[in-house]
Design a protein around this ligand. Structure first.
Ligand SMILES: [Zn+2]
Ligand SMILES: [Zn+2]
Length: 275
């Protein structure tokens, strides 16, 4: 199986570390096939400063330079460097995302929901021990509604940490399938892949995004799966890949395959699925 990582960050988002050369060195050590850079995208200039954990519009030139440095560092190897963004989705951002698409020949865009519209960011430690809305159920409803809209926007290639709403370990009691049924339907009608985001192992939820029952649903519906680390430092590149792959092999015994999945811009990603 080719080892890839399409969800990684750079210091331009203000909460990651490492030079491009260090990321490339680590990628080469690990024998990665592809190293995809997808830092937190800027918000529209009229909304800046939106928060303190993303690039500003004025950082984009530095970001292109950062990507070029990674490409230069990998020039004498077979390592493929890809460029992307992790874009936040909120209602009203569609024109901005369309604009971002035109700024650079991105290989792919990750669509992520961090904010519940009208509320805060689900992974903000402010909400470690309290809901963002009135209840866990309401948080989950609003979160999955927003994810569904993000998928239906048709702008993105990979769903980022699809069930990050569980990050602090809060999950509604009983069968949670109804919360994401519409998102699954939207995914089937889309051309998106979904990542196994292994950063979840190191959060309070202590499991990958998505949870295993949801991952099984995705595979049954033939949604392409990629394994990403969400690395914010070189030493975290592709961290947990073996565990993610083992989970896929457990779900698809003897039936796991890797195939090329093409993004909107025509770049081939290496994705997993079941025969
Ligand atoms: Zn981040
Ligand atoms: Zn994210």
């Amino acid at each position: 199986m080719l080892r890839t990582d399409y969800h990684t960050h750079t210091p331009l988002c203000h909460h990651a570390q490492g030079e491009p050369e260090a990321f490339v060195e680590r990628a080469l050590q690990l024998g990665l096939h592809s190293y995809g850079i997808a830092d937190h995208a800027p918000m529209p200039p009229e909304n800046e400063p939106f928060d303190d954990w993303r690039m500003l519009c004025s950082d984009l030139q530095d970001y292109y330079q950062w990507i070029n440095r990674a490409k230069t560092a990998a020039a004498d190897s077979n390592l493929i460097i890809l460029s992307g963004l992790e874009c936040d989705w909120l209602p009203g951002l569609l024109p901005w995302i369309k604009h971002l698409r035109t700024l650079h020949p991105w290989d792919y865009l990750i669509g992520s929901v961090h904010y519940l519209p009208g509320n805060g960011s689900v992974d903000d430690s402010l909400y470690a021990d309290k809901c963002l809305t009135g209840s866990v159920e309401e948080d989950w409803s609003l979160y999955w509604k927003t994810v569904t809209e993000m998928i239906q926007s048709g702008q993105f290639d990979i769903v980022g940490h699809i069930d990050i709403v569980k990050i602090w370990g809060r999950v509604p009691a009983g069968d949670v399938t109804p919360y994401y049924e519409q998102a699954l339907q939207a995914l089937q009608d889309s051309k998106m892949a979904v990542e196994i985001n292994t950063a979840g192992y190191h959060k309070r939820c202590a499991e990958q995004y998505p949870a295993e029952p949801l991952l099984r649903e995705l595979i049954a519906r033939r949604i392409p799966i990629v394994i990403n680390s969400d690395a914010h430092a070189p030493e975290h590149l592709s961290r947990g890949w073996e565990q993610g792959l083992a989970l896929l092999q457990h779900i698809c015994p003897n039936r796991l395959v890797q195939f090329k999945h093409f993004t909107r811009s025509g770049t081939a990603l290496q994705a997993y699925g079941s025969l």
